[in-house]
Design a protein around this ligand. Structure first.
Ligand code: SF4
Ligand code: SF4
Length: 402
């Protein structure tokens, strides 16, 4: 986006303030600079040269979670996502070459948990005080948080190119793995494959698929995001598919905006919910209370509740404050730890109060953020993707992928 386009788009904001009560960062700080209206005013002032680039300006813009609750609430249809992505891209061009390199390295690390986990394992033999001093030099708090998100990364699954259905085929779908979720959500991905196969779907996993590009797009790197999009468009076009399925709603929201894909994109729960559930695939009753966190990026949250209500006796409890972001938005769970924890704290309190032993969420970064918070608080609550719970409840399910 050019500075002129940014100014045009931001001029559509009439400063009515109707978005303010919906903004999580404004709710925490009550500072106009941390509100959508304030950020739009800051973007206008910065782009038109009335405001110098200062650490305070950057702090207000960086704290934005990209949850887009403001966009959904705006009666003037201001495209806030374009504004915040646009200003981040312009700011990035002003960074030094080394600054850009450091940012790109951080993004690469964030999107490659295996690399991160390997690094952590290599550092583990160091005496603890040496490790802490290394971390301090590298940016202690953020790096420690990043490593702490992945306590036990299992060896990566060797994905087959295709998983045939259990019986007669009803169709073929493509599965998007995601850069982070292919490691941190392997169990959910495998559950998705098992369920789809049981329901008669062949599942294709194109081997050359890459990160969806959302991390880069929202961090001011649209050129890299475009390259990733082009590659994914190509690899999912190699054979006819009836749908492309995602299990991480953050990736799903971004891929749905690709356009020009050979098949429509669905979140896995959305897709499964619209299928008839064949009688032979019976679901066992479940009497446990199950809390549900609605990720901001999952625009079809109702589908999760409707799908899981197929489990007899299940009691689903929407987590209190579900309309507000949990603080994980984008890379903020690592880069803005104070804000991320301030937004997570009331959700953990609600989780304890409802006495659920399982929390469901459909987004990878939300799951990592909740799981880390639950570990820190010493709670005994399992964080699962909805399809993992669904698969557990299938009676006598076999396991085609081993
Ligand atoms: S972004 Fe929309 S809701 Fe918020 S102040 Fe501007 S016009 Fe009003
Ligand atoms: S995207 Fe979310 S955090 Fe950012 S201004 Fe909008 S409501 Fe606030």
């Amino acid at each position: 986006m050019t500075p002129e386009q940014l100014l045009y788009e931001s001029d559509l904001c009439v400063k009515c303030g109707l978005c303010l009560p919906h903004c999580p960062t404004y709710q925490v700080t009550q500072d106009e600079g941390d509100s959508p209206r304030g950020r739009i005013a800051l973007i206008q002032a910065a782009v038109s040269g009335q405001l110098q680039s200062t650490p305070r300006l950057h702090a207000h813009l960086n704290r934005c979670l990209g949850c887009l609750a403001c966009e959904r609430a705006c009666p003037s249809a201001v495209k806030y996502s374009r504004l915040i992505d646009g200003i981040r891209a312009i700011r990035l061009q002003q960074h030094s070459r080394i600054g850009r390199w450091l940012r790109k390295t951080a993004l690469t690390l964030a999107s490659k948990p295996l690399l991160l986990s390997l690094g952590a394992r290599l550092l583990r033999p160091l005496p603890r005080h040496h490790l802490i001093s290394v971390l301090q030099r590298l940016g202690e708090q953020r790096l420690q948080r990043l490593i702490g998100l992945y306590p036990n990364i299992s060896s990566p699954v060797k994905w087959q190119m295709a998983y045939p259905p259990a019986g007669e085929s009803v169709g073929r779908v493509g599965l998007f793995l995601g850069c982070i979720s292919r490691f941190s959500d392997q169990a959910a991905l495998l559950s998705a494959v098992h369920i789809l196969n049981r329901l008669g779907w062949e599942v294709v996993v194109p081997p050359k698929q890459v990160c969806c590009g959302a991390l880069y797009q929202h961090a001011g790197e649209p050129v890299t995001a475009q390259k990733l999009k082009t590659q994914n468009q190509a690899v999912f076009s190699h054979q006819p598919l009836e749908a492309i399925l995602t299990i991480a709603s953050g990736c799903g929201a971004h891929i749905k905006e690709y356009g020009e894909l050979p098949a429509p994109t669905f979140d896995i729960s959305e897709f499964l919910n619209q299928l008839p559930w064949p009688e032979p695939v019976a679901l066992k009753p479940l009497t446990q209370q199950i809390a549900v966190h609605d990720a901001c990026s999952l625009r079809t949250a109702d589908a999760v509740y409707q799908l899981l209500k197929r489990i007899p006796d299940i009691e689903l409890i929407p987590l209190a404050g579900n309309t507000l972001c949990c603080g994980a938005g984008g890379t903020n769970l690592v880069t803005e730890p104070q804000m991320a924890d301030a937004l997570l704290a009331p959700k953990l309190t609600s989780l304890q109060a409802c006495q659920a032993t399982i929390l469901l969420t459909s987004n990878t970064s939300c799951a990592l953020h909740f799981a880390a918070g639950i570990r820190r608080a010493g709670l005994n609550i399992e964080v699962l993707h909805p399809v993992q719970l669904l698969e557990r409840q299938i009676q006598d399910h076999d396991n085609p992928t081993g």
